[in-house]
Ligand binder design. Structure first.
Ligand code: SF4
Ligand code: ZN
Length: 418
């Protein structure tokens, strides 16, 4: 018997109309994630007998127990079971949290995976919205929208720091496994790429085209995930895109992709490059994990991830960059991308590839350490990671240039980037 749910049992209004809403500082009651605390989202499969459909549990303090404007760590763990459920579907359900939570009046959601950010407005909390309602709405909407692929779902919410850290560690292993499923594939081995237009409600002209070697810029959707999403929902936001003929080998342009993007952006975007931030880069939306930018004086590029809140050599912090380049337009000189994409072989290859990378935050280098070393080796620079400057070297082009010179960074002797 299939569970059919038509109502979303929460004390606030709910629907796509509230999706673009912001929760400003003076309206903020409490928040989870966003740098001050950690918020992590994880959908995982369980056996049928391990899941009690509709059960929602909160372990730890709730939204109304913190001081006004205060933060709580949060882990949202969704356990799904079903005879037809495949682990491939986990990331698809997980990515729905972004727009579903945004459907709640007075609540704002950004990010995904272990960089999620929830902002709860005073009005919503006064009306009685509590963390358990996140579980209730996910249970209701998953059944409504994805009821054919699973049978039961239960939600556990954790707000004790130690437990949230522990779940984040488990979830990060799973994220890495999901990312790695794409490892052996290249863009040449398939004629089909996939679109993602999930973010058009925020950035109406934004279209991600996801190829094996260019994962979605939010980091949550790779080519496999888009493929699975299309199988679940053939009329949904992930459509197969016949890539067609390659019209520009260097920058990675395809006539089939361009035709699709023109239509999906309602003619706002004419042509996109898969492998360049300089020439017709893909559009960027506010979800991007990282934003790369050109550094003309160093003849290279830099990238910065969302967690790094300091200054960068392009003169802008991540938030300013996201404001500049993140609205769904093409902004030559800037492009949003996932963390995983940095060590994929086609990363900015039209602009010189990873050997152009002259600066990234130290924490990002550490997070990517193993893969950066491996990719550096492939490119003939096993110590590339040590040649890339970070904030301990400097946060201006002037400050990092002497370091690049001293290390003999390959970008300095490449053809002019502009
Ligand atoms: Fe899809 Fe791109 Fe938005 Fe990720 S950032 S959900 S891939 S449109
Ligand atoms: Zn987005």
């Amino acid at each position: 018997l299939k569970v059919v749910i038509t109502e979303v049992p929460i004390p606030t209004a709910f629907g796509p109309a509230f999706e673009g809403e912001r929760v400003r500082k003076d309206e903020l009651r409490s928040q989870c994630g966003g740098g001050k605390t950690l918020a992590v989202e994880w959908v995982t499969s369980k056996r049928m007998d391990e899941v009690e459909d509709g059960k929602v549990e909160l372990f730890g303090p709730d939204l109304d127990s913190v001081k006004e404007g205060g933060g709580l760590p949060l882990a949202v763990v969704v356990e799904v079971a079903g005879r037809n459920f495949q682990p491939d579907f986990e990331p698809i359900l997980e990515r729905q949290m972004h727009h579903l939570v945004n459907y709640v009046q007075g609540i704002m959601h950004m990010g995904q995976r272990d960089i999620a950010w929830y902002r709860f407005g005073k009005a919503a909390v006064e009306k009685g919205f509590r963390l358990e309602h996140i579980g209730k709405l996910l249970h209701a909407k998953y059944h409504q929208d994805f009821g054919t692929i699973f049978d039961k779902v239960q939600v556990k919410l954790y707000t004790e720091k130690e437990k949230v850290d522990e779940i984040a560690e488990q979830a990060r292993k799973v994220y890495a496994e999901r990312d790695a499923r794409i490892e052996g594939m290249t863009d040449e081995t398939t004629d089909i790429f996939y679109s993602c237009t999930l973010c058009q409600s925020f950035a109406p002209t934004h279209v991600c085209v996801v190829s094996p070697e260019r994962t979605g810029l939010c980091g949550a959707y790779n080519w496999m995930d888009c493929k699975a999403s299309y199988e679940i929902n053939p009329t949904g936001p992930n459509q197969p895109v016949a890539k067609g003929n390659m019209t520009d080998e260097r920058y990675g342009k395809f006539d089939g992709v361009d035709a699709f993007v023109q239509k999906a952006s309602r003619q706002a975007i004419n042509t996109v490059s898969f492998y360049s931030l300089l020439v017709d880069p893909m559009t960027t939306c506010g979800c991007c994990e990282c934003i790369a930018s050109v550094l003309p004086m160093c003849n290279g590029v830099m990238t910065v991830h969302r967690d790094y809140t300091g200054e960068t050599p392009c003169g802008m912090k991540f938030t300013t960059l996201a404001g500049t380049a993140g609205g769904g337009l093409q902004t030559p000189g800037f492009v949003g991308h996932s963390k995983y994409n940095i060590c994929q072989r086609k990363y900015l290859v039209g602009d010189g590839g990873l050997l152009r990378m002259v600066w990234m935050p130290k924490s990002l280098k550490e997070e990517l350490r193993e893969r950066l070393i491996k990719r550096g080796e492939e490119l003939g620079y096993p110590n590339l990671i040590d040649m890339i400057a970070d904030e301990t070297v400097g946060v201006t082009e002037d400050a990092i240039y002497p370091f690049l010179e001293e290390k003999g960074h390959p970008a300095l002797t490449m053809e002019s980037i502009l």
